[in-house]
Write a protein that binds this ligand. Sequence first.
Ligand SMILES: Nc1ncnc2c1ncn2[C@@H]1O[C@H](COP(=O)(O)OP(=O)(O)OP(=O)(O)O)[C@@H](O)[C@H]1O
Ligand SMILES: [Mg+2]
Length: 352
Amino acid sequence: MTTSQSPGPQLSPRTDTRPDTRPDTQPGDLAVQATGLVKTFGGHRAVDGVDLEVRRGEVFGVLGPNGAGKTTTLSMLATLLPIDGGEARILGVDVRREPHRVRQLIGLTGQYASVDERLTATENLRLFGRLLGMSRREARSRAVDLLERFGLQEAADRPLSGFSGGMRRRLDLAASLLSRPPLIFLDEPTTGLDPRTRGQMWDTIRELVASGCTVLLTTQYLDEADQLADRIAVIDHGRKVAEGTPEELKAAVGSSTLQVRLTDPARTQEAAGLVAGATGQAPTVTPEAGALNVPLAQADAAADVLIALRAAGVSIASATVAQPTLDEVFLTLTGAPTGAAATDQHENGEVA
Ligand SMILES: Nc1ncnc2c1ncn2[C@@H]1O[C@H](COP(=O)(O)OP(=O)(O)OP(=O)(O)O)[C@@H](O)[C@H]1O
Ligand SMILES: [Mg+2]
């Protein structure tokens, strides 16, 4: 696999050999078309001129740290907050001029479950169905279908107050699908979920897309965007700082690192020489721990390094390939760490 060796925030030229999945510029083909979106809170521009184009049938990820402006962007597109500047169309419908039509096209799952605690799961879904104008019978049958689809049958008759975070999240997503919307907004669908529930949520999202939905989701996790999204926009401080496929974003941060720990720390310098011979690049070493950090242009270069060490009889205690983290993506793309990582800026400084 070859990727571009020219990292940087300009990710629009495609660098891999997959079919071109960029959206057409035909407005009718776009599920979301936003230009120059602005939201100001008391003089602070929480969203500061964001352009987004989401094609029908794709999963588009908006990736960014706390406070980046993800929820605010989604809220404007979903008609929950007035747009202060710029324009947005949802499936060709102007959000400012025809908000009521836009509401019929979208399903919105909030960052926090927005259902009634005292009611049971079934009652909640039936209530939402009735609010959407369904008949009693239709609301009941949709509720049964959705609870089954989200694995919530057993909890169907229990009040929400006893639900776990993962169950709430699934019910919230089920509620947003009652009206079978063509476009679904998911605001941090897996934040706070355990790994198994997170995997189930990913499967559900993939099923939605396979059934023809378009999904716009926000996340703080590169791995989540990587697993789910066809394309990603990275936002920070209300601005889009990069856009591309997951492969393009990872290529921009120089791919992964191989972390090797030797059984005998005394051989660290010798090992560093072998690694440099195999990769053409000197690794970062911590001799007292027998540790080497090897930047990899391609993940499969890890095998070359390990083979070189073994051929020289250097014994390895452990070896791990680490993916770039969101912080590293941010460092590379913006030259600054994310807000959350600002305090350990100096320790992270060598990453880029
Ligand atoms: N109703 C509001 N009034 C004032 N400021 C707000 C309001 N909503 C959001 N903000 C501010 O706008 C900025 C963007 O917030 P937003 O909630 O969109 O971020 P986010 O990317 O969704 O973050 P998180 O990952 O924490 O959910 C933040 O600085 C936030 O404090
Ligand atoms: Mg948010």
